[in-house]
Design a protein around this ligand. Structure first.
Ligand code: SF4
Length: 250
């Protein structure tokens, strides 16, 4: 469970100052901590980083409940670790690419401190987020992989649309699709908001369309993309092709 004292209040290098649901508490704490579900080394399964070895830091807790969520085990529990312990573990693994994920990592104020520390230590840092939290406090050197929740997730009302302004040429936007309705919704958002042009111009790195695992037929989705000439990237979750799709820690 994410508790109030783990939530965020941070500076805003990407341009805005507020944070939905944030509560300021132990900013001056001598030992910042995080609640961690798991830290593991694997192959990146999604995004334009797919296939790259990557260390994953999975923080505990998420305020959303997407109906198809595949990381429900991260909603509760976890181990309380100091920021220094988390960084030490990442350093022990030694992989140059690190993803901070969840759950929803950005409900933790100290996730921003962790990202900054990892950048300072020379790691390439990815942050995967639901799109329901303010991403503007993230350092612009971070590669953000942000969802826009489609209607089939049951959580599209939580999309924080102003986040789109804070994505830049390092960042990627992901739609997870449960059915044709989700596809048409995503296609509408992509076209109405000129997102393909942003990728062409370099103010957004990629638009990712991903079928819900064991949900939407992969071939159908591929054919819809081709028929519509969408300038997006089809993706599946590579790690679920490599390992048992139910397996944790990969
Ligand atoms: S935002 Fe991510 S972790 Fe949270 S419920 Fe949705 S899929 Fe699961």
């Amino acid at each position: 469970m994410v508790t109030g004292d783990e939530r965020i209040m941070a500076e805003s290098p990407r341009g805005s100052t507020d944070q939905a649901g944030a509560t300021a508490t132990d900013a001056s704490s001598p030992e910042p901590f995080l609640r961690i579900t798991e830290i593991f080394h694997s192959i990146q399964g999604e995004s334009t980083w797919v296939g790259a070895p990557c260390t994953f830091v999975r923080l505990t807790g998420c305020p959303l409940r997407c109906v198809w969520c595949d990381t429900e085990y991260s909603f509760h529990g976890g181990e309380r670790m100091t920021l220094a312990q988390v960084v030490e573990r990442v350093q022990e693994i030694g992989c140059p690419v690190v993803e901070i994920t969840g759950g929803e990592p950005l409900v933790h104020r100290n996730a921003f401190l962790l990202a900054d520390q990892l950048l300072e230590d020379g790691f390439t840092v990815l942050v995967e987020t639901s799109g329901a939290m303010d991403i503007s406090p993230l350092d612009p050197r971070i590669h953000v992989i942000m969802d826009l929740k489609c209607p089939g997730s049951g959580e599209s009302a939580k999309n924080r649309w102003e986040n789109l302004e804070h994505l830049d040429g390092r960042d990627e936007l992901k739609f997870v699709l449960a059915d044709r309705t989700d596809y048409e919704w995503a296609r509408g958002v992509i076209r109405e908001r000129g997102l393909e042009a942003r990728v062409r111009e370099g103010s957004l790195r990629a638009i990712l369309l991903s079928p819900v695992w064991d949900g939407l037929d992969r071939q159908e989705l591929a054919e819809w993309i081709l028929e519509d000439g969408l300038e997006v990237r089809f993706q599946t979750q590579l790690h679920k092709h490599i390992w048992d799709p139910q397996r944790k820690g990969v």
